[in-house]
Design a protein around this ligand. Structure first.
Ligand code: NAP
Length: 221
C-alpha cells in the first residue's frame, strides 16, 4: 500500500491526558514545546486532525515559524459525514493553505458540496470500524501528493491510526501536570486484551524543553 509516512504528535499531561473532561486543552505544554510543534508542521506535507478536535479547538493548523515555511502544509480533517460547519479559522485561512476534508464516499452529499462551495477540497473513502477507514484516508492523501503527514489528534484518531498499525513515529510532548482519569485520553481505546498485543516503540531521542519533556519514538513491532 502506498501511503505517507505518519508521525503522531501528542502533547499530554504526565498521565497521558490531552484535555480536561470539559475539553480545555490550551495550553498543556509550554512555549518551547509549542514552538517545536510549529517546526514539525513546517517540515511536513500535511497536518491531520479528527473532526472532534476541529470542533473543540477551532484551530488554524498553520506552521507559524520564523521564517515561515516555503509552503504551508495541507490541513486535513477526517469527518465521516462531512458534518463540519464551513466556517471558523480553518476556512478563514484558506488563502494561506489548502483544507482537505476526508469523509465517507457515501457521506452526506449536500454537506460535502457546502464544504466545497466554502473553499475546502473533499475526498470520499470507505468507512472503517470507527469513522472512515484510516488506511484509506492515508491512501487518499498519497494520491493528493502527500508523502509525510503529522497527525495532531485527538485521542480517537490517534487510536484509529495505532490500531491500523500505520504510525511510523511518535513525537510525545509531556508537561509536568496531572489531569486524572476524567481528562480526555491522548490515545483512545485500542481494544487490547493482552499485553503482548501492545505496540512497542524504541525511543530515539529525549530532550528537555523548558518545563516539558519531548520524546521521539520509532515503531519496533
Ligand atoms: N493537547 C493536545 O495537543 C490536543 C490535540 C488534539 C486534540 N486535543 C483535544 O482532544 C479533544 C478531541 O479529541 P477526540 O478524541 O474527542 O476527537 P478527534 O480524535 O479529534 O476526532 C474524532 C472524530 O473524528 C471522526 N473520525 C473520522 N474518521 C475517524 C477515524 N478513522 N478514527 C477516529 N475518528 C475518526 C469521528 O467523527 P465522525 O464519525 O463524525 O466523523 C470521530 O468522532 C478536544 O478536547 C481537543 O481539545 C488536544
Amino acid at each position: 500500500m502506498n501511503r505517507p509516512h505518519v508521525t503522531l504528535k501528542l502533547a499530554t499531561s504526565l498521565d497521558g491526558r490531552i484535555a480536561t473532561a470539559a475539553g480545555e486543552s490550551r495550553w498543556i505544554t509550554g512555549e518551547a514545546a509549542r514552538a517545536q510543534v510549529q517546526k514539525l508542521r513546517a517540515e511536513t506535507h500535511a497536518v491531520m486532525i479528527g473532526v472532534g478536535t476541529a470542533r473543540a479547538d477551532d484551530p488554524e493548523l498553520l506552521a507559524r515559524t520564523d521564517p515561515p515555511p516555503r509552503r504551508q502544509p495541507i490541513r486535513v480533517v477526517l469527518d465521516t459525514e462531512f458534518s463540519f460547519s464551513p466556517s471558523g479559522r480553518l476556512f478563514d485561512s484558506l488563502d494561506r493553505a489548502t483544507l482537505l476534508i476526508i469523509g465517507a464516499a457515501d457521506g452526506d452529499k449536500s454537506r460535502r458540496e457546502a464544504l466545497e462551495a466554502a473553499g475546502a477540497r473533499t475526498a470520499g473513502v470507505s468507512r472503517g470500524p470507527v469513522g472512515i477507514d484510516a488506511e484509506a484516508a492515508l491512501v487518499a492523501l498519497w494520491d493528493h501528493g502527500v508523502e509525510r503527514v503529522l497527525c495532531e489528534g485527538g485521542g480517537q484518531l490517534a487510536a484509529s491510526l495505532l490500531v491500523a498499525e500505520v504510525v511510523d513515529r511518535l513525537e510525545w510532548f509531556r508537561a509536568p501536570i496531572v489531569l486524572g482519569a476524567e481528562g480526555r485520553p491522548g490515545v483512545g481505546p485500542l481494544a487490547l486484551t493482552q499485553l503482548s498485543q501492545a505496540s512497542r516503540w524504541r525511543r530515539v531521542a529525549l530532550r528537555e524543553l523548558g518545563p516539558d519533556i519531548w520524546e521521539s519514538y520509532e515503531r519496533v513491532s
